[in-house]
Design a protein around this ligand. Structure first.
Ligand code: SAM
Length: 281
């Protein structure tokens, strides 16, 4: 569904990406949709008011966030059926670690037109400057704050032959890096901070090095954490799982991981993490 060139938009839901810190990254098309939409659904009206000012828009806002109940969603869907409803986030692309998934799904189910003005997302922005393999990547959102849940989440993605992308916060960065280094060993990684802003910074290095560098620190600003693929990427994930399942029939996880790691030439920490994930699956 492409909107007509005039000021009026056809009815439907418009997923509009905004900047991740630099207002110049708001696209002219996104700005035009924000000027023309009948209503702009947003997380925080104070944040979106600034975006609308930058876009030259005086359109009304309607709060829609993770605590919005089904009533708010139903009202937005009713409006999107006969008017143009733009959805924006506080930063970047809606739905990416932000609200919108259930709204888009419900709109599609009701036959309401859904389209987008695409734009920045911190995950892709970080990947594009990280120097880590970009041919295959997995966006995994935020790691859990609690240690056991975090270890489980890391185990679940440890064996995936792709660059892993996590969203992070300053206060939790050190703990996440320590847990990733313990489970994944010396894999290449990068900490991308304050992307597109004045103090943009990218620090790259092996996980243990980054864990040591940030230990006890709470860097300011917004952070994306990236981890390169396992060194044994050439070993198919299926082959690793099959070898581990066989070994786990006769050995405890530690021994099974050591024997499979030696046989396939893979880092032991990664194979152990995968063994634990298979055991708890
Ligand atoms: N929807 C957004 C997107 O498309 O990137 C993400 C929203 S999520 C609630 C917020 C997280 O995104 C932050 O905690 C941080 O991990 C990441 N993030 C957003 N802006 C960033 C920036 N300028 N630099 C680094 N990370 C950023």
């Amino acid at each position: 569904m492409a909107e007509p060139p005039e000021d009026r938009l056809t009815p439907g839901l418009y997923i509009v990406a905004g900047p991740i810190g630099n207002l110049e990254d708001l696209s002219p098309r996104a700005a035009r949709i924000l000027r023309a939409a009948d209503v702009v659904a947003c997380e925080d009206t104070r944040v979106t008011a600034k975006l609308l000012r930058a876009a030259g828009s005086g359109r009304p806002m309607l709060p829609y966030h993770e605590h919005s109940g089904p009533d708010v969603e139903a009202r937005l869907l009713d409006r999107a059926a006969r008017e143009s409803v733009a959805l924006v986030s506080d930063a970047g692309t809606p739905l990416i670690s932000d609200p919108g998934y259930s709204l888009v799904r419900a709109a599609r189910a009701r036959g309401i037109a859904v389209t987008t003005a695409p734009g920045p997302s911190a995950a892709i922005t970080a990947l594009s400057i990280s120097g880590l393999p970009s041919d295959r990547f997995l966006f995994a959102g935020f790691l859990p704050a609690k240690a056991v849940a975090r270890e489980k989440a890391i185990s679940a993605v440890a064996g995936i032959p792709a660059t892993l992308i996590f969203y992070e916060t300053g206060p939790r960065l050190a703990a996440s890096l320590a847990a990733l280094a313990a489970a994944l060993g010396g894999r290449e990684a990068a900490v991308a901070r304050e992307l597109t802003k004045r103090h943009e910074e990218l620090v790259a290095g092996p996980l243990p090095e980054l864990a040591a560098r940030y230990a006890g620190q709470e860097p300011k600003g917004e952070i994306v954490l990236l981890v390169g693929p396992p060194a044994g990427e050439v070993v198919a994930a299926d082959a690793l799982d099959e070898a581990l399942r066989t070994a786990l029939r006769t050995m405890p996880p530690g021994k099974a991981a050591a024997s499979v790691a030696a046989a396939l030439g893979l880092p032991r920490g990664e194979v152990y993490a995968r063994a634990m994930a298979l055991k708890s699956a």
